[in-house]
Ligand binder design. Structure first.
Ligand code: SF4
Length: 214
């Protein structure tokens, strides 16, 4: 089955433990929690989703017949001249685990990449990944109950109390942003207060939006 990729681009990771780290992002097309159609969004688990994961028409997007060809495309997006730094690949979506497999991870590792995934946790992640970020969504069954970091959009995603005991190394709250600045401010304050009361949780932001990069 060919891999369907919306876009591949070089940027800085904006959230969580690796915030600020340069990485190539590979956004797979498709998600199992929303079909990407605006008319169906209000009934989806992720009515707040602001990601365009439909189709293969983004930068460096397309259909890739083999893991090797996709890994080569990913490697071509890491800037030349940075061979002294280990490159990082973040597989995202949509839901990347609909397509990401051991073959692609292996190809990327052979090219020297540190491999990470950002998943909604409804599909088991390959154990060969270096970093697993899970963001559980309300109304969906969580099957990936261990990993590197658990990140919740607050206060939209599942309640933090319901996942605190899971086997993750790091726990992050990311305030839900909105077109309404006062709603965004209220979510940031609520998130900060939650972390102050529950220091197991750390505050993170979608900092790339503040930085003005994709
Ligand atoms: S799981 Fe992520 S990409 Fe899929 S609909 Fe929800 S927020 Fe959007």
């Amino acid at each position: 089955m060919p891999y369907s990729v919306k876009e591949i681009y070089y940027t800085l990771q904006g959230e969580g433990f690796h915030s600020g780290r340069a990485a190539v992002f590979c956004r797979f097309a498709g998600c199992n929690l929303w079909n990407g159609k605006e008319e169906d969004k209000k009934d989806a688990a992720c009515w707040f989703c602001d990601t365009d994961f439909v189709g293969t028409d983004g930068a460096n997007g397309g259909k890739f017949d083999t893991a090797s060809s996709l890994a080569q495309k990913i490697a071509s997006c890491w800037p030349a001249g940075l061979e002294n730094i280990q490159p990082m690949i973040v597989f995202t979506g949509g839901e990347p685990l609909l397509q990401l497999d051991d073959s692609l991870i292996k190809e990327c590792k052979q090219l020297g990449f540190y491999t990470a995934v950002e998943t909604n946790g409804t599909i088991t992640a390959p154990k060969t990944l270096d970093w697993i970020t899970v963001s559980p969504k309300p109304g969906s069954e969580l099957v990936q109950t261990e990993g590197s970091e658990l990140k919740l959009v607050y206060p939209h995603d599942v309640p933090p109390e319901s996942v605190t005991e899971l086997a993750f190394e790091h726990f992050y709250l990311s305030p839900m942003t909105s077109d309404d600045p006062s709603a965004t401010s209220a979510n940031m304050l609520a998130s900060a207060r939650y972390c102050l009361r529950n220091p197991q949780w750390q505050l993170t932001m979608q900092a790339h939006k503040l930085w003005g990069i994709p």
